[in-house]
Design a protein around this ligand. Structure first.
Ligand code: GDP
Ligand code: MG
Length: 442
């Protein structure tokens, strides 16, 4: 009867909290504000909100989450899915040299990113890489590429302001073929705003080079205007990927969503410093949290609620009450549930910075190792020993310790801990367990 009561309670907790037409409006207004604050372009926000609303309406809210929390969860997931869709490494599947063309406004980070990608390809994919600058309008730009290419350990193909970009590109391609380069990275000129002549020039470069990747480099700090820039480049070029730069700044990076939606191209990399090694593979999940301005707290809440197994908890509560007792199998199940939550350190990483700085004082790696050892000890016990721990005397302890590869003292410590837990379980009523789970659900 108690189990029944519990499962009814759980059902009620889930059922009462539905996302409905009446409560969704206010919540969506909040989400809309958050996205606008993050500089997502207005039409993109509208589209996104409509999509989320459709997904959210009528959804049941899990466990003890409030509808608002659940909605933020849906928003977070949808954001991550939108930005992460189709993410893939650089495509080099072509007859070498694979040409990568860099496009974007002046100051977006094209030259820096060219060198970062060169370094990435050399180190991570063992490629022979050549770079060339087609930016003939600013002599300093060619020198800049030369300098950063050196830092990256790649080869730089000389060009000069007297040449035409197309001529430079053809010569570089020729050289790359003759000298068996795997990749040719072509840096280009950008203007401060969209410029027809320049768009024409990069289109011609594209036609002549037939690049396997055409990367649109965009500054994460670019606000509402990112949508216009993205549209112009998409119309001029078949973009294959996006690089979002300057994510080390404090911009919330809503441009990612705008640019992703307008171009349809995957966001492949994120620039995270001025330095040559400041390039990361784009992490949509993490970036969604940033756009929403809440660390990864949403993901954390979801992870915990999704993984706490309600049925198992109910069975456990029923068992405690019916006097069957809490044995080492249950203890093991508890330990394994902690592991299921995705590993403690990964949970910790998701906390907002302030909290995780606090949590950082605890050595999570050590805690996790400790959990694994405990698991190992219980797994070295026979089924009878797990059900009746009181039979575990000296010779059994020695065998268990050997099986788990630990000292006998550690087995003793685990048994002691188990006894304490058992005491606690005896005292705990069903309501206590529900309360505990509610707390875990946020
Ligand atoms: P380009 O005009 O598109 O070639 O842009 P540049 O590569 O010359 O970069 C413009 C400025 O942005 C330079 O001062 C770079 O050091 C800086 N920059 C580029 N990428 C990043 C980044 O990911 N983080 C930071 N903090 N600065 C960057
Ligand atoms: Mg440049």
């Amino acid at each position: 009867a108690l189990t029944d009561k519990l499962s009814r309670l759980v059902k009620e907790m889930r059922g009462q909290a539905r996302i409905t037409e009446s409560n969704v409006q206010d919540m969506l207004r909040e989400v809309r504000m958050a996205l606008l604050e993050a500089d997502v372009a207005l039409p993109v926000v509208r589209d996104f909100i409509a999509r989320v609303k459709e997904k959210a309406l009528g959804q049941e809210v899990l466990g003890s989450l409030k509808p608002g929390q659940a909605l933020v969860g849906i928003v977070h997931r949808e954001l991550a899915a939108t930005m992460g869709e189709g993410v893939s490494d650089l495509n080099l599947a072509t007859q070498p040299p694979a040409v990568i063309l860099m496009a974007g406004l002046q100051g977006a980070g094209k030259t820096t990113t060219t060198a970062k990608i060169a370094k990435y390809l050399i180190e991570k994919r063992k490629k022979k890489v050549l770079t060339v600058s087609g930016d003939v309008y600013r002599p300093a730009a060619i020198e800049q590429l030369k300098t950063v290419t050196r830092q990256a350990g790649a080869e730089w193909f000389p060009s000069s302001p007297e040449q035409k970009p197309l001529e430079i590109a053809r010569a570089a391609l020729d050289y790359a073929k003759k000298h068996y380069f795997d990749v040719l990275l072509v840096d280009t000129a950008g203007r401060l705003a969209i410029d027809e002549a320049l768009m024409q020039e990069i289109k011609e470069l594209h036609a002549a080079l037939q690049p396997v990747e055409t990367l649109f480099v965009v500054d994460a700090m670019q606000g509402q205007d990112a949508i216009n820039t993205a549209r112009a480049f998409k119309e001029a070029l078949p973009l294959t990927g996006i690089v979002l730069t300057k994510l080390d700044g404090d911009a919330r990076g809503g441009a990612a969503l705008s640019v992703r939606q307008i171009t349809g191209a995957p966001i492949k990399f994120a620039g995270v410093s001025e330095k040559i090694d400041g390039l990361e593979v784009f992490d949509a999940e993490r970036h969604a949290g940033r756009v929403l301005g809440m660390g990864d707290i949403v993901a954390l809440v979801e992870q915990v609620t999704a993984n706490v197994d309600l049925d198992a908890a109910q069975k456990l509560a029923a068992k405690v009450k019916s006097g069957n007792g809490f044995d080492l199998n249950d203890f093991l199940a508890q330990i394994q549930q902690m592991k299921q939550m995705g590993g403690l350190s990964s949970l910790m990483e998701k906390l907002p910075t302030q909290l995780s700085a606090q949590a950082g004082k605890v050595d999570m790696g050590k805690v996790e190792k400790d959990i694994r050892r405990k698991e190992g000890i219980i797994q070295s016990m026979t089924p009878l020993e797990r059900r009746k721990p009181e039979i575990i005397k000296a010779s059994r302890k020695k065998r268990i310790a050997e099986g788990a590869g630990v000292q006998v003292q550690e087995v003793n410590r685990l048994l002691k801990e188990f006894e304490q837990m058992q005491e606690m379980m005896k005292k705990m009523k069903g309501g206590g367990l529900m309360k505990m789970m509610k707390r875990m659900g946020g």
